[in-house]
Write a protein that binds this ligand. Structure first.
Ligand code: PSU
Ligand code: MN
Length: 298
């Protein structure tokens, strides 16, 4: 069921530094060819920092841990399922292709023995969840899969304060990397304070080791804010987010389709600036994740 690339298998076998990467961000979060360029860039960045990249997807019903270039191209180009936790067994049993979300990637990384994972932003509690009950499965995965997720917070299309409350309820540590604030994905600032902060990859590796020593099965959110040069100011982004959410409600978009729909609409509303910011932050997260994985393996 789990098919490692030879390189990732060897790296896992000798306890070398490995960084998991997800594929929903490529298949459902970015247009072609920016998605394939980003996928290749992330792998290069992880390698340059001394770790081995393990991009994860389901292809022909196998969980692939480490994709070659042909497989990356297939994920970036061919329309395929968006696999959350609820869909993973189906994709395997029915021999489908699918891109894994943060939640499904965490499950696969945990199965594969990979402790560090880089992405853009986690899913969370959607705005208006008091009516719709739309809460991303990413939060439950963070509560039950022992993987550290390096991200730029949760996407600001969400209700960030409710998302933080739910992470706290589930016992998931949310650590600010060189920040005291929960980042807002495209913007550095959300106005929400974090109680945990660490300033070096070695300190985060020590936190992961301590969680393990405790026998904790909980994940960790490592919140790495977008760089000041790449951010879109929060007030400006908020205007576009409100427009996009109002339009999605009018168009009756819900469920799994909502996050990809909003991301694509924001790309148009910001004339591609949201995409550029998204690419910049996920690259920075891949770099930090590799530094953490290297510290953890040494
Ligand atoms: N962040 C991005 N683009 C994305 C996602 C996150 O910049 O496409 C994806 C992730 O894979 C995340 C998923 O797990 O959106 C959450 O979807 P939902 O809200 O349907 O759980
Ligand atoms: Mn949802």
């Amino acid at each position: 069921m789990l098919r490692y690339s030879p390189e990732v298998e060897a790296a896992c076998g000798r306890g070398a530094a490995v960084v998991a990467l997800e594929t929903t961000i490529l298949s459902h979060g970015m247009p072609y060819p920016q998605n394939i360029e980003t996928a290749r860039a992330l792998e290069r960045i992880v390698r340059e920092a001394g770790a081995i990249p393990a991009t994860i997807a389901v292809l022909d019903g196998s969980i692939r841990v480490g994709l070659d270039d042909a497989a990356l191209e297939r994920v970036a180009r061919a329309p395929m399922l968006k696999l959350g936790r609820a869909d993973l067994a189906y994709a395997i049993a029915a021999r489908k292709d699918g891109a894994t979300t943060v939640a499904a990637t965490m499950d696969c990384a945990a199965l594969a023995g990979i402790a560090v994972f880089a992405t853009g932003g986690i899913g969370g509690v959607h705005r208006g969840a008091e009516q719709t009950m739309d809460v991303s499965g990413d939060l439950d995965a963070l509560a039950t899969a022992p993987v550290a997720v390096v991200c730029s917070g949760a996407k600001a299309i969400l209700d960030l304060s409710k998302t933080l409350e739910q992470l706290e309820t589930r016992g998931v540590p949310v650590v600010g990397y060189r920040t005291d604030e929960f980042p807002a994905f495209w913007s550095r600032s959300s106005g929400l304070r974090l109680s945990l902060r660490l300033d070096a990859p070695q300190e985060i590796a020590a936190l992961i080791a301590a969680q393990r020593a405790l026998g904790s099965r909980t994940g960790i959110v490592v919140a790495n804010p977008i760089s000041p040069e790449d951010e879109i100011p929060a007030e400006e982004m908020e205007r576009h987010i409100r427009t996009a959410i109002a339009e999605s409600a009018a168009a009756g978009i819900a469920g799994k389709a909502l996050t990809p729909w909003l991301l694509e609409r924001l790309l148009t509303l910001t004339s591609n600036r949201s995409l550029r910011a998204n690419i910049a932050l996920v690259r920075a997260n891949a770099h930090l994740a590799a530094e953490i994985a290297v510290a953890l393996s040494s």
